[in-house]
Design a protein around this ligand. Structure first.
Ligand code: ADP
Ligand code: MG
Length: 703
């Protein structure tokens, strides 16, 4: 038999067998009894609290009623709706089922009594519950049901159809605990549990499944969340430590004359946040290790200046710098802006993109090779082809998530003297702190949390189709003041064609209302050649066109300070981060700016909340926090592609920020005393770190 009972194949657990075992494997990724014990309830039903039907209100989140079935019939078109009327002493309520109708119909026999648990709602003036959970009335003697709180496990249709209901899961958990709890080994060192006041793992597992009371449940949850976040942070910080010891970095001790020349001719003072970030970067450049820094800052917070000054430090130390943008439009824009800043420095700066001609390329390639080009700005073209640097010392990557792993490793290989260049990744997608700590656990993070002075807030309003005439009048007024207007259409990748049609219809409508004799409208979308795109963008950037209609290609970076109105069509289809990015396109000049969120007739509750939030705040970090709370960290824009390093089983980055901070700083403390976890007291931690899920993953490659 199995030496450790936790390793027992789950099919040998009483009540399982081969068929259920295969279900558990495919639906819950459970193969052993130990795996099963780590499937935790996501919610608990308080068996002690039963509402009277007469007291149930539509606003109640969840209610539990104990009621007798009065009638049960199939209704609706094609008889696809099962309507069950139940009653208790106080009144009646309808229960509605659209799925599993036959099974439910057979089970809910008229006259029998059940516990129903669900979310009440008001439909046609009557209270009902759709798909409530159904349980037999509490009897107190069923195995594992002695506690007041009963766990509810995530389930799937396949599990339920295969007979693995929540009740069965509860029974299996009780069996699993009976069989194997004795073999659960403590994962945290004694001293950690003592200092942090954590309950033992055995206690936690027992009580997460079958809490003796709500206090025991809280203790169990806290222990398991803390441990999960702690081990994750420990693995991240450990990798960071190993990397910083192993990676040599180009030493950049000086600042250099070019830096000073640029700095002294700036038309403004740097903000406090910009100064602080440059200091942080300087410290990295002088540390002897390779810099791997993520720079977060809202749109318009002045990241470009930081990139320029950092590049000039590289130049001042005899190195070259490259600045990479995700799109050609952006690269060009960077080039124009940055060339201006560089004018007083005499540093040669060039632009290299997919559309640079061969004739133009030749001198640039030579300049990179002989070192006469100090700063090169471009797109992927910079690393995709055979570009040779004399001494690349710094790579600035704008908008990290669009660069792939392979491209980055090619970049690393271009470092001066075989030493990888310092890396500065800039993103305007604010990421909540807890997420940044985890996603970029082994990167250093700098934040520009202060806007340059003089920026006026962008007035944001949300309107429906009915107000379009007013919107057009408003736009005309703004244009008559000499302002320009962006109109953006959503891009939904499933159907590029439909998106494009949307945009075309919109353009027709605009042209109909803004006659060509008076107004010029530029159109930019992803299906145009880069030449056409550039021509149309230029028309808008130079002020020849007053209106720019586009898909989200303008999302990042485009800088037209004279544009004061951003109209976002079908705004309900955008995520918060994207809406925020788009809004950041206006409010760059000295004029009062506006963001108009146009929405369709049908707006879901969640979309509505997003739009309301946009109207309520302009702070990107606040929006990101809210976004994470609403959607969970996995779906946040900018993070979905890179993914979380380890999937979390019980803790939530959105809700457990406090625990995360505590666990992270404690992990730092543990490593400060024992960086390689070799001490006897940390033996269990070292063995946890050897598990597959903490397998060293090179996070520097996320950027
Ligand atoms: P980001 O790249 O962070 O979105 P930019 O670097 O494009 O922002 O800066 C936005 C605008 O603010 C630019 O026009 C830039 O010239 C200006 N700017 C940057 N730093 C300052 C500052 N310290 N004071 C005033 N204006 C600034
Ligand atoms: Mg920028």
């Amino acid at each position: 038999m199995y030496k450790n009972k936790l390793d027992t194949d789950v099919q040998f657990l009483p009540g399982v067998g081969p068929k259920r075992a295969s279900l558990l494997r495919s639906e819950l990724e459970v193969s052993t009894v130990g795996d099963l014990l780590h499937v935790y309830p996501f919610r608990y039903i308080d068996r002690s609290s039963i509402q009277r039907i007469a007291d149930v209100r539509g606003e109640n989140a969840f209610v539990q009623i104990l009621a007798r079935v009065v009638s049960s019939e199939l209704t609706g078109k094609g008889l696809k709706r099962l309507s069950v009327i139940v009653q208790d002493d106080s009144g009646q309520m309808e229960l509605v089922f659209f799925k599993g109708i036959k099974y439910t119909y057979d089970r809910l026999k008229v006259g029998s009594v059940f516990l129903f648990f669900g979310k009440p709602s008001v439909f046609n003036g009557r209270m009902n519950m759709v798909h409530p959970e159904i349980d037999n009335p509490p009897s107190g003697n069923a195995q594992g049901f002695s506690g007041v709180l009963t766990g509810v496990y995530n389930s799937t249709d396949r599990l339920r159809n295969g007979g693995v209901t929540n009740k069965v899961l509860n029974k299996l958990m009780a069996e699993a605990i009976d069989m194997a709890i004795g073999d659960v080994e403590e994962t945290l060192p004694e001293y950690v549990m003592k200092e942090k006041g954590l309950v033992p793992l055995k206690y936690a597992i027992r009580n997460i499944h079958f809490p003796v009371d709500s206090t025991a449940l809280s203790k169990a949850q806290y222990r398991l969340k803390w441990e999960e976040l702690f081990l994750l942070q420990l693995s991240l910080l450990k990798q960071k430590y190993i990397r910083s010891r192993a990676s040599r970095g180009i030493m950049m001790e000086k600042v250099g004359p070019a830096f000073h020349a640029c700095f002294n001719s700036l038309p403004y003072d740097l903000t406090g946040a910009q100064k602080r970030v440059i200091k942080e970067i300087r410290a990295d450049l002088m540390s002897g290790s390779q810099m791997n820094r993520l720079l977060q800052g809202d749109v318009g917070s002045g990241k470009t200046m930081v990139a320029v000054l950092t590049s000039l430090i590289a130049v001042g130390n005899g190195c070259q710098a490259c600045i990479m943008a995700p799109t050609e439009v952006l690269a060009r824009q960077h080039f124009i802006n940055i060339s201006r800043y560089l004018a007083p420095t005499g540093v040669r700066c060039e632009l290299l993109t997919g559309s640079t001609t061969r004739a133009e390329r030749k001198p640039i390639h030579e300049g990179l090779k002989d070192g006469s080009v100090g700063i090169i700005i471009g797109t992927h073209a910079l690393i995709e082809e055979d570009v040779e640097f004399r001494s690349l010392g710094l790579a600035v990557i704008d908008e990290q998530h669009r660069f792939g792993v392979e491209q980055r490793s090619r970049l690393w290989a271009k470092g001066a003297g075989g030493i990888p260049p310092h890396i500065l990744v800039m993103t305007a997608t604010p990421i909540p702190r807890t997420l940044a700590m985890t996603l970029y656990g082994d990167l250093d993070v700098s934040v520009i949390d202060e806007m340059p002075p003089g920026r006026k807030p962008v007035k944001t309003l949300c309107i429906g189709e009915g107000k379009r005439p007013e919107l057009y009048n408003f736009m005309k007024r703004q244009i008559s003041f000499g302002r320009q207007v962006f109109i953006v259409y959503p891009l939904i990748f499933e159907s590029e064609k439909v998106d494009y049609q949307n945009l075309e219809k919109g353009v027709e409508d605009i042209i109909a209302h803004f006659p060509e004799s008076t107004y010029k409208v530029a159109v930019v979308h992803g299906q145009q050649t880069s030449e056409v795109k550039k021509f149309n963008m230029d028309a808008f950037a130079s002020g020849r066109a007053q209106i720019l209609v586009s898909t989200t290609v303008i999302e990042v970076g485009v800088d037209v300070p004279n544009a004061s109105v951003m109209v976002i069509e079908s705004a309900e289809r955008f995520g918060l981060a994207q809406l925020h990015q788009l809004r950041g396109r206006v409010g760059r000049g000295s004029e009062e700016s506006f963001c108009v969120l146009m929405h369709g007739n049908k707006v879901s509750k969640e979309s509505r909340r997003r739009l309301d939030l946009m109207c309520a705040t302009e702070n990107g970090f606040d929006l990101a926090e809210e976004d994470m709370k609403m959607r969970g960290p996995g779906d946040l824009e900018g993070t979905a592609q890179s993914g979380l390093p380890v999937s979390l089983n019980i803790a939530s980055l959105a809700k457990d920020g406090q625990i995360l901070s505590d666990a992270r700083s404690y992990a730092g403390k543990v490593l400060a005393d024992d960086p390689t976890l070799e001490m006897e007291i940390n033996r269990t931690l070292a063995s946890e770190m050897r598990k597959d899920k903490y397998d060293v993953r090179d996070f520097s490659k996320i950027s």
